[in-house]
Design a protein around this ligand. Structure first.
Ligand SMILES: [Zn+2]
Length: 369
């Protein structure tokens, strides 16, 4: 009888040991209390309900993080700051119009809302050269088909549908596909400002319609000449013409706390150097960007900065700018300031300068109408 019963009793003991605490067991074997309220002592008491453990799974098991039973106040453990996450999150944009300096003109918000990627693709900036020597006259923002496209500023719709590039209404072969153009209610230096939204899936506005900033103009798509769905966005100054574009990254408000770098990269004789890869490296996070100087034709520099290189959406901080010149890499350090444009110039053997462009004459800076 005893011989038969012994294995069963031993098995029961093992199971019980796994589930509960026998009186007199060492503190290390104390089970984790199920209740969240800290217990005053590490000493096990018979009143404590036995806790389930991995060795004792049952439907009532509650998995809890092991905690020290203590009367110490609750302490929150915060994550250690590390490298900047490569997430899609960015701070909210500055309200428009935003202008901290006399020559900055962040008059526009972004044509894609902040719940989607709404910054330009790094390899498809203004002035970049692709498609066999076609210089890019806008920025491309990745957007899946059907993403709402919104007005970057208030104004009147002057084009909606096919034919904006060729200026031939209903031209289904037009490279811009379905596009919308707006003449804004505000100007700059006495000239009207236009924005253009191309490759849409559909246009939801009509010519002559007044739209407010943020109002939906249509949905993004891939009509016209594209390599995939995206929004092509242009800013034009003075005239709604392909030859009157400006760099949108100097016009769309940066995320709060972030800024923009504009530069003029020249030969010693002041000729702008085209299609040169400029390396931008954050001295704080080590993150790197490459931005190309403008290609030939079709691009027009800002009236004040006269730049041939712009990179927007840089978190404020210190950066190293490297220009690959004929006799080797040349570097300088710059500080990107929140909500404004930082300007540098490079002139061949004369090297870098942070001196801002000369102040224009008063006649070229008449207030906008
Ligand atoms: Zn484009």
């Amino acid at each position: 009888m005893m011989r038969k019963a012994l294995p069963a009793v031993l098995a029961l003991l093992i199971v019980l040991t796994g589930c509960s605490t026998l009186p007199g067991a060492a503190p290390e074997e104390t089970p984790t209390p199920v209740v969240a309220i800290p217990l005053p002592s590490l000493e096990p008491t018979l009143e404590t309900a036995p806790s389930p453990t991995a060795a004792c799974p049952n439907p009532d098991c509650v998995v809890t993080t092991p905690q020290q039973a203590t009367l110490e106040p609750l302490v929150f453990l915060l994550p250690t700051p590390g490298n900047e996450p490569r997430s899609a999150w960015r701070p909210p944009l500055y309200p428009v119009p935003w202008s901290l300096s006399q020559y900055d003109h962040f008059y526009l918000t972004r044509p894609i809302a902040a719940d989607n990627v709404n910054w330009p693709l790094a390899n498809y900036r203004y002035g970049g050269v692709f498609f066999e020597n076609v210089t890019h006259t806008g920025v491309d923002i990745p957007a899946s088909p059907g993403t709402p496209v919104i007005a970057a500023g208030a104004g009147t719709v002057i084009w909606a549908g096919y034919g904006l590039f060729s200026l031939t209404p209903e031209n289904l072969q037009d490279p811009y596909g379905i596009a919308v153009a707006i003449r804004h209610d505000f100007g700059y230096l006495g000239e009207p400002v236009f924005t253009l939204y191309a490759h849409l899936q559909e246009a939801d506005v009509a010519v002559g319609q007044w739209v407010n900033v943020g109002e939906q103009l249509g949905k993004s798509g891939s009509t016209g000449v594209t390599t995939g769905p995206h929004l092509h966005f242009e800013v034009r100054l003075g005239e709604n013409s392909y030859y009157r574009t400006r760099n949108p990254e100097l016009w769309i408000a940066p995320p709060q706390g972030w800024g923009v770098l504009a530069g003029r990269i020249m030969e010693s004789n002041r000729t702008p150097i085209q299609k040169l890869p400029i390396l931008i490296r954050s001295l704080e996070t080590g993150r790197e960007w490459t931005v190309y100087t403008y290609g030939p034709e079709a691009v027009v520099p800002d009236p004040y900065y006269n730049e041939n290189m712009v990179i927007g959406d840089l978190p404020s901080g210190k950066y190293r700018v490297t220009v690959p010149y004929t006799d080797g890499n040349k570097s300088t350090d710059v500080e990107i300031l929140a909500g404004r444009i930082t300007y540098i110039s490079f002139r061949g053997t004369f090297g870098f300068s942070a001196t801002p462009p000369p102040t224009p004459g008063l006649d070229s800076l008449t207030p906008a109408p």
